[in-house]
Design a protein around this ligand. Structure first.
Ligand SMILES: Cc1ncc(COP(=O)(O)O)c(C=O)c1O
Length: 416
């Protein structure tokens, strides 16, 4: 398989998306979830065709996307969907808010599982709900062997979910694969979650935007595929936007497989569907129908990037803990041993000129963590870790030569 190469930095800096415009050129941007690879050729061609035909009007029929997505889901994950059970909308964020609006009443509790993608907190309040945090359970041997992955360390707190449902929460907003951990929830956990939601008559809104980027597609379990109970309670959200790097193209899907959940999607105003972008629709059709080989190349490049990051950290920043992800291109890094405070992204940006996502934005569990984007070239990744390591070295040297009281407070921070 050919390996996908990230575009050269000079070319990337011509892009105008937030990744490339938020910071000056001396900063390496490894924060927001955009990839540095060029678009897949079939996706490019499909979108160019739309422009050449001046076909940028309002959205029409979407079976042309529903069919290849259903075929992709069947082939890749063994998940069978009727294309008529798929609706489209602008993006997964809108898909989440609108699904939640149908699932809950104003002020109802919605369970989320931090540390989690920061907008989840906002989706709930935007939909009129109240955030109920049931953090993921963290377990696993501290000195696990080298092959351990995120699934060896985190899992859904099913007892916590049950207690929150018992206390009145009406919905669960689930992230599978889980951002920022790259965790694939197990079929057993998903089945148990579905049974709980069924028992308490709650809805599970499952964000599977990173699903196509599972490193081993057999390890990814689509929520709606696990049981009748899951199909009774679940609405799944997905798109080509992470897998094929089309976030700005604005096309996402909502999928329901029971009368009750389909009725929820059908109760949405037509406008929710009409806001889908034609450009995004055609890019997404090409992604699922013609660009799966590109997706596999991207996954391979990302896996290699994750391995490189492990090697670089082991050699240069051994205090930083990184659990191997099972999906996607986000690395959740524990900087607590370095004593860079609750938000190490501040030091990373100011002193190392590396832009990372701040851990605390993912919930209280993110204090002392950062999220790093791996979908870049090996050169950029190597440079970024080198810069962080130099700052760690300088700060270590400073604290070693600082007066006793200052170094005592530094080590107090480290041990927290
Ligand atoms: C888990 C998750 N959900 C949703 C989104 C945003 O998706 P969209 O751009 O389609 O709104 C992201 C973006 O990174 C994400 O990681």
């Amino acid at each position: 398989m050919d390996l996908l190469r990230a575009d050269p930095l000079a070319q990337l800096r011509q892009r105008t998306s937030v990744k490339w415009r938020a910071y000056p050129h001396d900063v390496l941007p490894l924060f927001v979830a955009e990839m540095d690879y060029s678009l897949a050729e079939p996706v490019k061609r499909a979108m160019i065709r739309v422009i050449e035909n001046s076909d940028v009007g309002y959205i029409g029929e979407v079976t042309a996307l529903a069919e290849p997505f259903a075929a992709f889901a069947a082939e890749r994950w063994g998940w069978m969907i009727e294309p008529s059970n798929i609706r489209t909308t602008t993006d997964v964020s809108v898909a989440a808010v609108e699904a939640l609006r149908q699932a809950i009443g104003i002020g109802d509790g919605v369970i989320i599982m931090p540390p989690v993608y920061p907008p989840f907190f906002e989706y709930v309040t935007e939909a009129g709900g109240r955030v109920v945090e049931v953090p993921l359970l963290e377990s696993g041997p501290v000195d696990a062997d080298d092959h351990a992955s995120s699934a060896d360390f985190w899992s859904i707190d099913l007892a916590g979910v049950e207690a929150a449902l018992q206390a009145g929460a009406r919905a669960v907003l689930l992230c599978n694969p889980h951002n920022p951990l790259g965790l694939l929830h197990s079929a057993a956990d998903l089945e148990a979650l579905a049974s709980l939601a069924f028992r308490f008559d709650a809805v599970v809104v499952c964000d599977e935007i990173h699903g196509p980027l599972a490193y081993e597609s057999r390890d990814f379990t689509p929520f709606l595929s696990v049981s009748e109970a899951a199909r009774a309670v679940g609405i799944t959200l997905t798109s080509a936007s992470k897998g094929w790097n089309l976030a700005g193209a604005k096309c996402a899907m909502q999928i329901a497989q029971s009368d009750r959940t389909l009725a929820m999607l059908d109760a949405l105003p037509d406008e929710v569907h009409m806001r889908t972008s034609q450009l995004g629709l055609h890019g997404s059709i090409a992604a699922f129908a013609e660009a799966v080989p590109w997706l596999d190349q991207a996954i391979e490049a990302i896996r290699q990037s994750a391995e490189l990051l492990r090697e670089l950290l082991a050699a240069q920043l051994p205090g930083v803990v990184f659990r191997r992800p099972q999906a996607s291109y986000l690395a959740w890094l524990d900087f607590r041993a370095l004593g860079w405070g609750d938000d190490p992204s501040v030091v990373a940006l100011e002193s190392a000129k590396v832009a990372l996502m701040a851990g605390p934005e993912f919930g209280r569990q993110g204090a002392g963590f950062v999220r790093l984007n791996l979908a870049c070239s090996p050169e950029v990744l190597t440079e970024a870790v080198g810069r962080l390591a130099r700052v760690a070295g300088d700060r270590g040297a400073e604290s070693a030569s600082a007066p006793a009281s200052a170094s005592a407070s530094a080590s107090a921070r480290v041990s927290q």
